[in-house]
Design a protein around this ligand. Structure first.
Ligand SMILES: N[C@@H](CCC(=O)N[C@@H](CS)C(=O)NCC(=O)O)C(=O)O
Length: 256
């Protein structure tokens, strides 16, 4: 059985989608990131980066003691290796998949995260919204570029790594499904018009039963109504982390 430390965000859903695709049994352990669960000693002992997702596999690949893994890319590779699915063994085909896995982890995810921050969250954190313009242009522009990279690839191939559905598609889909809301060519309001091949692929991957189940998993989490004060406290917790604050939390966790 695999414990998935999870909150219903795109990074969390990559893992539930893969587990559903592989038909591997799992238990969701909620990590309420607005409430500070990513700083509990239990979580920091398995994830030094105070970010979900993470997993503990009690029946690990290779046998022996339970293992824990953080970073969604590493988790996807591990689950692919354990299940023998969605990551070919042939080296050329394997790296055709892994290059897109790393592309998602280093490019699409972080850039969409920053675009979302500047577009939707940051207005509550500055006195004058015009201060956000450069950040919005920079990150929304970069997301538009990445959507173009993806759209071109998907105009040439059915899936990101070629002819076969793989962990590259599963890791990218939970983010890419929002490209119509976050990417926008200069002067446009967004939508799918500029990225028709991404739209075709978003619909096709989204119609898979396992993807629907993985997307719905833990869907009752994070639904509580929040007061303005609670929202403010959650923003402070998420956006004021420093060298000192994370160091102290992890050192306390390791002592405990
Ligand atoms: N590169 C990491 C990113 C994970 C990540 O950013 N998780 C966010 C939620 S989507 C989180 O846990 N945030 C908690 C925080 O900001 O304190 C991965 O892919 O696993």
């Amino acid at each position: 059985m695999i414990d998935v430390y999870f909150w219903p965000t795109p990074n969390g859903r990559k893992i539930t989608i893969m587990l559903e695709e592989c038909d591997m049994p799992y238990t969701i352990v909620p990590v309420d990131i607005g409430g500070g669960d990513q700083f509990t000693p239990e979580f920091l002992r398995i994830c030094p980066n105070n970010r979900m997702p993470a997993i503990i596999d009690k029946e690990p690949l290779g046998g022996g003691e339970p293992i824990s893994i953080f970073e969604s890319g590493a988790i996807m590779e591990y689950l692919a290796e354990k299940s023998g699915k969605f990551l070919p063994k042939d080296p050329a085909k394997k790296y055709a998949v892994l290059q897109w896995v790393h592309w998602q982890m280093a490019n699409l995810g972080p850039m969409m995260g920053n675009a979302n921050h500047f577009k939707n969250y940051a207005k509550n954190m500055v006195d004058d919204e015009s201060k956000l313009e450069y950040g919005q242009r920079r990150f929304i522009g970069e997301v538009d570029r990445l959507a173009g990279v993806m759209d071109t690839q998907l105009s040439l191939h059915p899936y990101l790594a070629g002819n076969d559905y793989s962990i590259a598609d599963m890791i990218t889909w939970p983010w890419a499904m929002f490209l119509n809301r976050l990417a926008a060519p200069e002067g446009s309001d967004g939508g799918w018009d500029a990225y028709p091949n991404v739209k075709r692929w978003v619909d096709e991957v989204g119609s898979r039963d396992a993807v629907k189940r993985g997307q719905a998993a833990g869907g009752d989490l994070g639904k509580q109504e929040l007061t303005k004060e609670q929202e403010e406290a959650r923003r402070k917790l998420l956006f004021n982390q420093t060298n000192e604050s994370v160091r102290q939390a992890r050192e306390a966790a390791l002592k405990g």
